[in-house]
Ligand binder design. Sequence first.
Ligand code: PLP
Length: 420
Amino acid sequence: MNNAVPFLDLISPHLELEEELIVVFRDALKTGRFIGGPVVDSFEKDFAAFCDAQYCIGVASGTDALRFALIAAGVRQGETVITVPNTFIATTEAISQAGASIAFVDINERTYNIDTEKLREYLETHCVKDDKTGRPINKKTKSIVSAIIPVHLYGQMADMDPITELAEKYNLIVIEDACQAHGAEYWTTKFPPSKKGGQGGFKTPPPFTGGGKGEGKNGEGAWRKAGSIGLASAFSFYPGKNLGAFGEAGAVTTNDAEIARKIRMIRDHGQSQKYYHDIEGYNGRLDALQAGILHKKLKRLSEGNEKRRQSASLYNKLLSEIDGIITPYEPDWSRAVYHLYVIRTNDRDKLQKHLTEKQIGTGLHYPLPLHLQKAYEYLGYKEGDFPVSEKVASELLSLPMFPGLSDDQQKYVATQLHKS
Ligand SMILES: *Cc1c(COP(=O)(O)O)cnc(C)c1O
């Protein structure tokens, strides 16, 4: 008997859609429309609707999405952008490539997302408020802090209400890194978001997507999708993401018409019309083939997310009896979509080795926090600067997680975790 459990499955979900996906290729073959065009437009329209956002702009990758969002939102050379050390490096690459400096704030030990108390502390104690802009100035670097990128890591949204409040208080731009969180939801009591501070602001209130009240939060509120809260949000459609292309692809969502217009220009060499360039931009468009494939797969995204949630709760149950394993924490204000199912254990390396021997695929997200990476030596951070990120980096282990994961496969994983 073959007991192998892959970390993820990039084949079966596509074989199930084989005929539909081949039509996408045939359509491109017969029309010769490879970049942009109606296939891209209609995917953008439906993905915006999926996110409860007004606009979606398809781009060439999640990294482009982050970078273009920062540039379009007005982040300037020499300014500082805040994010976390426990994320994929694309988040900080985008900051540097937009010309800004990176500032890290540590994560919360239970959610693995930004610790909003530490964010407040950074803004209150490491910065002084600039009278002219209302923005914080970092005391040491004298650089103006203009934006924050909350990362919705592993498919769970960051605690957006306190972030939005701080952003309003300090006139900060919020760009969501939703690259791992297609369809994740957050219970907000700031509904509709205030238009102060340049944040999104809904022209027409978007529909409720859920209803029901989060127990930890009192009063009125609503479930909001990832990609609908910040001024703009970045999505990746890298093949392994909850919605994945057959190659590189990404998108920005926003409720701001001006940001949407700018990103359409930036992704296309700064063109306002063909060969008339208002600004210098990038080659960052979305291919029609990728858009067509994404459009077909989008119809199954909610179902796939629901299956991931079911698998997560089965894992939670199966693993709850094992000493020394911490299962993911989902606060009552969150509906996570489990891009990854990440456990924590002291004996991580031994456990991973054991699972590998038993042909169970695992991953580390991420083994070395960004502030300790060689690429960021120049920032001058040292070990001990972000203790939570550092601690969890050596304890985190991602288990197999994908929509077709079977109960038997999960039970086999749990049995092997028991035995290790
Ligand atoms: C995947 C990912 C990105 C980058 O997306 P690409 O499409 O690979 O450029 C950015 N941030 C996070 C958190 C990601 O997981």
